[in-house]
Design a protein around this ligand. Structure first.
Ligand code: F6R
Length: 612
């Protein structure tokens, strides 16, 4: 949440900062702002709305200067407006600051600052921090760096921030606690950002700032310290992001591009890991923890939103093939309970971004209890990937559309690989069945390609129901989480209310909602629960509900009773569940487009939820 970009070097800062903010807009788009040091002055421009609104606002303004920073906001404290937009300037104009995160004790600090005759223009927690830094700087008679460090010792909460001091114009000071910041190292130029995408074309050398660390950055170099003033040696890493992966590549939206990328991203997830000829799966990132994984008394999967849904599919796969008890928990609930975890448990944390605050807190709790913690994550170098005992990257490539698509299918792919690998090692799966399962897994990308070819039919169905006010999604077994995910996709990008239910639960309540205006999306592929789901479809039809069924290709039985069928290729094992989400992603995409919604940046949302 909130995107941060900073630049110091020889080039004009403004275009670099603006381009970077556009790449980080998935993190929030309530307002945007920049501060550019022109040499004589720091010019601050900020605006409610998108980065493009800010660009309009800065036309004909002085945007010159080779040191600058910018911010795109997802509002926490204070409504989205020009005043609450970042950067914030301290009362006496000494400091300019951009911030991602939440200062939890801001009310207490604000009261103290008001007692010291500080006045505030905005409702934000960030302005409190700007004034606290300034107060320490002016009355403590210390350098900007010392003022920032001392102020941060008084702060409770999460921050990724960049600070400019008017009296020390040739440096930027960055700090991090729980909100990610990465520094890009160029030739006499440095970049700071919430993730590496803003500067991939300039450098592949980066330093990920650790919690409670401060970086003092000038053209001549960087120095990193803890907020308590201990020197930290920068750990320089090389990143590998292809610039084409973060462009739209001919699609109108990132979401559609990412839906279509799924055959490739799943292939990349399996590359070098699934060996069908030799009948085995190897996940290098888990080698060190294999004994603990094999002997786990229980697996607990934690995640939020779509990643939680992937975990629910994982529960079926693990129970089916690995034969180990599994619990799937919302990370946000898990962390605030007093869960019983011990060293024989394995906790699997799933997160596309690797920066979701609740999931990171759940990891900390699990580690404290002695569990082995494994991450399934997409963003290389993210906090989750650094704080887990072991892990598997999904290799889906950057996911920029706020609604998760390829992250979900690649997470499920990883869970399937893990379940099969454990199942085989435990001799739960016979050789022949294992071979069939691997063939199924390997066939998924081709089957998704095939499913994508029916996009125009799905578009037609979407056109018919774009004005519905409610949708129900039903599925049994491992299709229940697919129903949840389908409903979530529709809600978040089209703003239509949608609920996912286990199909058999319908008669315990939701059936009361069904009438001739209610589209009911049923996942009804030929699988274990097929006959039962056919009955559920009959129950909906008997109440005049509209049935949109996801079915196995050629299914005439359901075609004769449903209003619409969306076909997916035939599959024989639970692994095929991945396929059934594809028509649901496309359905919600087209409905949202017909309703004129911005699918990549749905209202009120942000991609990387770094606040609790
Ligand atoms: C839904 C969506 C969110 C995320 C959730 C967790 O489309 O994107 O529900 O799945 O915020 O994010 P990660 O996976 O980054 O931890």
């Amino acid at each position: 949440m909130c995107g941060i970009v900073g630049y110091i070097g020889q080039q004009d800062a403004y275009p670099i900062v603006i381009k970077g903010l556009k790449r980080l807009e998935y993190r929030g788009y309530d307002s945007a702002g920049v501060a550019i040091n022109s040499g004589n002055n720091v010019n601050v421009y900020k605006r409610k709305g998108k980065v493009s609104d800010l660009e309009q606002f800065t036309l004909n303004k002085d945007i010159s200067g080779c040191i600058g920073m910018g911010h795109t906001r997802w509002a926490t404290h204070g409504i989205p407006n020009d005043v609450n937009a970042h950067p914030h300037i301290s009362m006496n104009g000494k400091f300019v600051i951009i911030h991602n995160g939440i200062i939890e004790n801001y009310a207490y600090l604000k009261k103290k600052m008001i007692a010291r005759h500080y006045e505030f223009k905005s409702e934000t927690d960030t302005e409190v921090l700007a004034n606290l830094i300034e107060y320490i700087y002016m009355f403590g008679n210390v350098s900007a760096e010392v003022a920032v460090r001392l102020a941060l010792t008084k702060v409770i909460g999460a921050y990724g921030l960049v600070v400019m001091c008017i009296d020390e114009p040739d440096k930027l000071i960055a700090a991090r606690n729980s909100s990610p910041l990465v520094i890009g190292l160029g030739q006499k130029e440095y970049f700071i950002a919430s993730d590496a995408t803003p500067f991939v074309e300039y450098t592949d050398q980066v330093v990920y700032l650790d919690n409670q660390n401060v970086a003092i950055i000038s053209r001549d170099g960087i120095q990193i310290k803890t907020i308590k003033n201990d020197i930290v040696n920068p750990d320089i890493k090389k990143i590998d992001i292809d610039i084409n992966e973060i462009e739209k590549g001919g699609f109108n939206d990132y979401m559609l591009k990412e839906i279509y990328e799924q055959p490739k991203s799943i292939t990349d997830t399996m590359r070098g890991r699934v060996f069908q000829n030799d009948n085995y799966i190897s996940l290098g990132g888990l080698l060190d923890v294999m004994p603990r994984l094999m002997n786990a008394r229980r697996v607990i999967i934690v995640g939020c939103g779509t990643s939680w849904h992937a975990g629910l599919v994982g529960e079926y796969l693990f129970e089916e093939y690995a034969r180990v008890p599994v619990e799937v928990e919302y990370a946000s609930e898990f962390r605030y309970r007093n869960p019983i975890i011990n060293s024989e448990d394995v906790v699997i944390a799933i997160s596309q971004s690797g920066e979701t605050a609740d999931t990171l807190a759940a990891i900390q709790l699990a580690k404290k209890c002695g569990a082995c913690v494994i991450g399934i994550c997409n963003v290389v170098g993210s906090t989750l990937s650094r704080e887990t005992d072991a892990g598997v990257y999904t290799h889906a490539g950057p996911e920029i559309g706020v609604a998760s698509t390829k992250a979900f299918t690649t997470q499920v792919t990883v869970l399937a690989m893990m379940a099969l690998m454990i199942g085989k090692n435990k001799f739960n799966i016979k050789q022949e069945q294992y071979h069939e399962l691997l063939s199924e897994l390997i066939s998924i990308p081709t089957k998704i390609e095939h499913t994508l070819q029916s996009a125009s039919k799905i578009e037609e169905v979407a056109r018919l129901y774009k004005d519905s006010s409610n949708f129900l999604y039903l599925g049994r077994g491992c299709y229940y989480p697919v129903a949840l995910e389908g409903a979530l996709k529709l809600k978040e990008i089209s703003y239509i209310h949608a609920e996912g239910y286990p199909a058999a639960e319908m008669k315990h309540g939701p059936i009361a909602l069904i009438d001739d205006k209610m589209p009911v999306v049923v996942i009804a592929t030929k699988d274990k629960g097929y006959e039962k789901i056919v009955n559920n479809i009959q129950e909906v039809k008997a109440r005049k509900g509209i049935v949109i069924a996801v079915v196995s290709e050629g299914d005439q039985t359901i075609a004769s009773m449903a209003d619409h069928v969306l076909e997916v290729p035939v599959f024989n094992t639970a692994i095929g569940a991945i396929l059934t989400i594809i028509p649901l992603q496309l359905l919600s995409y087209y409905i949202a487009i017909f309703r004129g919604c911005n699918v990549d940046q749905p209202r009120n949302l942000a991609k990387s939820v770094t606040v609790e």
